[in-house]
Design a protein around this ligand. Sequence first.
Ligand SMILES: [Zn+2]
Length: 156
Amino acid sequence: MNTTENQKIKSNKQYHPQMHSAEHILNQTMLRMFNCGRSFSNHIEKKKSKCDYHFERNLTQKEIEEIELKVNEVIRLDLIVAEEFYSKQEAEIKFNLAKLPDDAGDRIRIIRIGNYDACPCSGLHVSHTNEIGIFKIVSTDFNEGVLRVRFKLIER
Ligand SMILES: [Zn+2]
């Protein structure tokens, strides 16, 4: 990915703090429910976003409802979304830095959502999860080992 593309993605993310925060909660929920890791690729937009996971099949309707329930439960807890800074050495021990670009520097920014999630990120987020709104999965599909989850947020 070239620098211009990278900037574009970054500014996209920064433009939608609600969506971007929801992505963190969705990733942690997927990780806990299926041990599938965080999304390896995503596209965050104001109206509708998508996250891709390495997976073995599509989700069932029951699983989709469970994910929605869990994500909305975390949102309703109104957890504090805080930023923390670590040296790269410390961060490597505590967090998965696989998705971090090589030029990230020695000061790693971690976004912590209450006691639910913590991961490195450079985007802009809400300060409390209640600001996110209601999380809704629009659709999912499965193709060649990739599960795509499309979701939107409904304002309260
Ligand atoms: Zn983020």
